[in-house]
Design a protein around this ligand. Sequence first.
Ligand code: AMP
Length: 375
Amino acid sequence: MSRNESGSPILPGATIGILGGGQLGRMTALAAANLGYRCHIFCQNPDEPAAQVATVTTLGRFDDADALDSFAARIDVATLEFENVPIETLERIAARVPVHPAPSVQAVAQNRLREKTFANELGIATAPFRAVGDAAALVGAIAEIGTPAVLKTVRFGYDGKGQVGIDAATDPTEAWAASGAGPDTDGGILEGFVDFACEISVIVARAPNGETAAFVPVENRHRNHILDETIVPAPIPDATSQMARDVAIRLCEGLGVVGLLAVEMFVTAQGDVLVNEVAPRPHNSGHWSIDAGRTSQYEQLVRAICGLPLGDPTRRCDAVMKNLIGDDVETWREIIADPTARLHLYGKAETRPGRKMGHVTRLGAVTCKRGRRNA
Ligand code: AMP
C-alpha cells in the first residue's frame, strides 16, 4: 500500500514526509516509527533533531524545486512541523502526494488577520483587532481599539517576536518601526490588550472522515515570551474547559484540518475564552501527552494523516511539562534521577539562550476516567 489516491488508509510500512527538522518533527518521527512507518525529513542541516531519528533526510531550502520534487517522489503523505513553510512549497508537494493539514489551512494559520477573521466569522471571539498598513494607519487604529493594545506583525511572529505593547504615551512611528512590520510581513495588526486570567491551549486531532478527538485544555505559562510550563489540566472551571474544547473543535472542523490543530486562547476573569492563534501542527503545549496521555499528540497526528482510527485522547494522569530552555538543560542529571520525571532531550549540539533544548514532564496524580472522547 502506498499512495492515498483513493482515500484509503496509508498503512504501516509507508513513508511520511515531514517538512522541518526540529523537535516537533523528531517526536513525530519517533511516534511514526512506533507504528511501523518510516519518516523522510526535509530540512537544511543533516544534524537537525528530526533528521537524527528519521530513515531518510533530504537537505534543501523550501524554495529548492529539485529537492522538493525528489522528496515528494519518495513519500506517501506529507505533513509539517514548522509553521512558516511557504504555501508554494506545500502546493508543489500537494500536486504529487496528500499534504495534511492542507495548504489552505496553512494560509489561514500563517496570517494573524486571516485567522482572527476566520474565527470571528464562525462566531468565535478574539481580541478586537484592526489591520495596520503603515505608521499613519496605526494612529487611526489606536484611536479605534484604544490602549493598552498590542501591535504585531501579520506574519512570521513567534515567541513574542514582532510584538510591541502600546499605551497612551507610545509614539506610533517608533512602535511601528520597533515591530518590524512592513511589506515583508503583510503589514501589522493592532489588537486590544486582553487582561487575561490565564492562557490555555487545546489540541484537536481530525481524521479524513471528520472524526475529531480533543485533548484536555492545558494552561501555558510563559517566561520571556517563551512557553515555560504547561499545566495539565488547566485549572479552570468545567464550563470554561468545555467552551474551550468546543471552540477548538469548531475551528478544526471549519478549517477542514486533517491532522492536528492547536488553538491558543486567553481566559478572562469572567471565564470567557478568546482565541489568540492557531497552529496546524504538533504544539509545545502537547508534549505532556507522550508520557501522561493514552495517545500522544504525535501518534494522533500520524493516525490522522494516515487515515487510521484516532486514539483515545484522555490522560492517564495529571502532569506538568517544563521546557528546558538554554542552560536549563544542564539540570538533566537531577531530572533523570527523579522517578516522577520523564526527560526528553532533543539532540541539539549547541546550547543557546532561548533555545528549546529539551523538556521534562512530571507526572502527577492518576485522575482520569478511561475512554471518554474529547475529554
Ligand atoms: P502570540 O505571538 O500572539 O502568541 O503572543 C505571545 C504572547 O504575548 C501571548 O502568549 C500572550 O502572553 C501575549 N499576548 C499576545 N497578544 C496579546 C493580547 N492581545 N493581549 C494580551 N497579551 C497578549
